[in-house]
Structures are given as structure tokens and as C-alpha cells.
Design a protein around this ligand. Structure first.
Ligand SMILES: O=c1ccn([C@H]2C[C@H](O)[C@@H](COP(=O)(O)O)O2)c(=O)[nH]1
Length: 162
């Protein structure tokens, strides 16, 4: 994955959003953390992984992937807020456990990063979020393509006065 390109694209989008909403001097960290938590909840909801009371199937992959890259936008954006970049890590261990447990892990790491926004916690959060993508069955290429597409939609929304 070409992370540098994604960070650059995210920076351009964030700068545009901040300029258009007059927020260049605001600290948006806590709001972006909230946005990420909400996106992760929406993603979990579309997978229906925790809905033991229902027999309805998950949403189509396309819908789930769009929610996933919404979350990725905010993870990249949080890195930019703190001046961190993701450094690709080797896959050290097999991805065990269910999807619900993995969602809990990502939520936990978001909270940890909010409480203690170190580079180490950022790397852990990023990696756990990427592992979630693997668990959901998304290839790096499909994530990258979906990110490009949604980034474009987000620019268009600013143009259209979202
Ligand atoms: O500073 C920001 C604010 C929003 N978004 C993007 C991320 C998501 O793709 C989308 C979320 O918008 P809603 O659909 O939740 O309104 O906006 C950013 O990239 N940076």
C-alpha cells in the first residue's frame, strides 16, 4: 500500500474542509476521535457480526468497504493531527478470534490513543484497524481503490456544500 499517497490525499481533503469551515486554528482531535468511533460503530452495524438476535445477513461487501474506508479517512487524519505516519509492520501472528472481539480491540485502541496519543499507540491502532480489514476479507488493492473513490466523493461534497 502506498501510504504516503493516502496521507497526502487526506491532508489535502482535511485542509480543504478546515478552510471551508473556518477551522484552521481549531484543535479537532477529540472530534475526529469521536468521528472514528462512530464510523467504527456504523461498520460493525453493517457487518451485523454482534446481532445474535437476528438472522438477517450482513450488508453487501461494497457497503461494508465504504464504511471501512470512512474509518480509514479518520485514522489517517488523526495521524496528520499528531504528526505521525504509519510504518508498515510485518504480520507477526495469525489473526485469531471473532469479528466482534476484533471490533472491541479497535475500540480499545482508539480510547488508548485518545488518552495517550503517542506514536506507538498510533502504530498499534493503525495495524489493528488494518487487521480488521483482513478479517473482513478486503485486499489492500480494494481498500486503496475504495479510499480513492470516497476521497473524491468527500471533495465533491465540499463543492456541493455538504
Ligand atoms: O476532517 C474531515 C472530516 C470528514 N472527513 C471524511 C471522512 C469520511 O469519509 C466522511 C464522513 O462523513 P459523513 O458521511 O459521516 O458525514 O468525511 C475527512 O476525511 N476529514
Amino acid at each position: 500500500m502506498n501510504w504516503e499517497t493516502l496521507f497526502k490525499m487526506q491532508q489535502q481533503l482535511d485542509q480543504r474542509i478546515e478552510a471551508e469551515h473556518g477551522l484552521e486554528h481549531e484543535d479537532l482531535f477529540r472530534k475526529k476521535v469521536m468521528a472514528l468511533l462512530v464510523e467504527l460503530g456504523e461498520l460493525a452495524n453493517e457487518t451485523r457480526c454482534f446481532k445474535f438476535w437476528s438472522t438477517k445477513p450482513p450488508k453487501e461487501d461494497e457497503v461494508i468497504l465504504e464504511e471501512y474506508v470512512d474509518g480509514l479517512h479518520f485514522i489517517l487524519s488523526l495521524g496528520l493531527e499528531k504528526g505521525y505516519r504509519y510504518h508498515q509492520q510485518e504480520q507477526k501472528e495469525a489473526l485469531e478470534g471473532g469479528l466482534t472481539d476484533h471490533f472491541h480491540k479497535v475500540f480499545g485502541e482508539i480510547h488508548l490513543f485518545q488518552e495517550s496519543p503517542t506514536d506507538m499507540h498510533y502504530q498499534q491502532l493503525f495495524k489493528t484497524f488494518l487487521d480488521l480489514g483482513v478479517k473482513l476479507g478486503f485486499s489492500e488493492q480494494s481498500i486503496q481503490d475504495a479510499y480513492y473513490q470516497k476521497n473524491e466523493v468527500n471533495h465533491q461534497r465540499q463543492e456541493d456544500g455538504y
